[in-house]
Design a protein around this ligand. Structure first.
Ligand SMILES: Nc1ncnc2c1ncn2[C@@H]1O[C@H](COP(=O)(O)OP(=O)(O)OP(=O)(O)O)[C@@H](O)[C@H]1O
Ligand SMILES: [Mg+2]
Length: 380
């Protein structure tokens, strides 16, 4: 998937943007603090998610003194067909998302159409944050990989919500037990989808992590364990029955796939406790690229990568690893940095196609190739 044309109006400080990005390779945006780089990535993210990664209220995204923002694009799908897509949000709350002239009702339809991966200053939450970040990571991959996933996930979520509401209302044990079979069945199916996905993901993860990361990160002792949310030696429905009174006391279901976690350890110590900030960033990027590589192999879809402030926290060698690993994804990539010099030399070295854009006071200008050459630093 790739955006072949991008039009943005009145999104944050971006009054009017018209851009023809590379559909494969690096689109590198650089500019001073506050120029609009993150806003540009945020607009693309909004197009694929109908929400921002920075704030909950879409009103904040409308440029000051404007009554609406819109983001339009033409998307090249995996068969090379161009499909128009757009999203518009009005100050009074109305919004519209259209793909190929049709209104889109659900976010899952939108996400299914346009897989986007964002890497930014918060991405280390994948290692450091609560297990919910790692569950979301897994579920993102399964969503694209298995058409059954959305229905299974929605069913499990609905039944869990119902069971928790009944526990809080102190429903009778008899009533609660009568639902156990259906709930356990949904939970086990959900768990099975995660296991199947992990089985396919792990070789990709190992390949990406072991290949280039070794100079900066000794991953020989890396272990990745999946904790399903309960002890698998026990039957889940029997466990639910055995812990029913405890669940009634707690007012929620304690065990199940909603408590699952993916544990990354180095020498048996949690990765977040031993890795430096830059190493964490590389590991997280490796995890995300592994999912992208699997997606490309299984369903011939490549996510669009948005990488905000790529050089942050990384030395030259680490940046170089990141850029060359990204280049291997053969995807459409948008990267930002404050300084052009922080990236241009490395990008030139990788040999992947690159387009550079200068962002200044909310306007985005494509640099001609002679200007790109003039500003790049030859490293080899
Ligand atoms: N609704 C809005 N309307 C107009 N301008 C806004 C709005 N919301 C934020 N801004 C401004 O948009 C500018 C661009 O912010 P953005 O975060 O995109 O900058 P950036 O280029 O990513 O900077 P940095 O390098 O510091 O990360 C900021 O000056 C911000 O104050
Ligand atoms: Mg920024």
């Amino acid at each position: 998937m790739a955006l072949s044309e991008i039009f943005i109006n009145d999104f944050r400080n971006l009054a009017k943007v018209e851009l023809q990005p590379l559909t494969r390779g690096f689109n590198f945006l650089y500019g001073q603090n506050g120029s609009g780089k993150t806003s540009f990535l945020e607009a693309l993210y909004y197009l694929g998610h109908r929400r921002s990664f920075r704030c909950l209220s879409a009103e904040r995204l409308i440029r000051y003194n404007s009554d609406r923002f819109n983001v339009f694009s033409s998307i090249n799908d995996q068969n090379g067909q161009a499909i128009p897509m757009g999203v518009e949000r009005l100050q009074e709350g109305d919004f519209r998302v259209r793909i190929n002239g049709e209104d889109i009702a659900t976010i899952s339809e939108l996400a299914a159409f346009l897989p986007i991966r964002l890497i930014n200053v918060h991405s280390h939450h994948l290692l450091e944050g609560s297990p919910s970040f790692r569950r979301k990571y897994l579920d993102w991959g399964i969503f694209y990989h298995n058409q059954e996933f959305n229905a299974v996930w929605l069913r499990f979520k609905r039944l869990l919500k119902q069971r928790n509401a009944a526990l809080r209302m102190r429903a009778s044990p008899g009533e609660l037990l009568s639902w156990t079979g259906e709930f356990a069945e949904a939970a086990l199916r959900f768990h099975q989808l995660r296991l199947d996905y992990l089985g396919q993901l792990l070789p990709f993860l190992r390949a990406i992590l072991s290949k280039g990361l070794s100079p900066f990160l000794d991953l020989s002792e890396l272990s990745i364990d999946y904790q399903p949310g309960w002890d698998l030696r026990e039957s889940y429905s029997e466990l639910l029955a055995a812990t029913l009174f405890k669940d009634l006391e707690r007012g929620h279901t304690h065990y199940g796939p909603h408590r699952a976690d993916l544990c990354l350890k180095i020498n048996r110590i949690s990765a977040k406790e031993v890795l430096s900030t830059g190493q964490q960033k590389l590991l997280v990027c490796g995890m995300i690229f592994a999912q992208g590589a699997l997606l490309a192999k299984l369903v011939n879809k490549r996510p669009i990568y948005l990488i905000d402030d790529l050089p942050a926290e990384l030395d030259l060698q680490s940046r170089s690893w990141l850029i060359s690993t990204l280049a291997e994804q053969q995807a459409q990539i948008f990267v930002t940095a404050v300084e052009q010099e922080a990236m241009s030399g490395i990008l030139a070295q990788v040999g992947s196609p690159v387009k550079m854009f200068h962002v200044k006071h909310g306007t985005i200008t494509e640099m001609s190739s002679s200007e790109q050459d003039k500003n790049s630093i030859r490293l080899l």
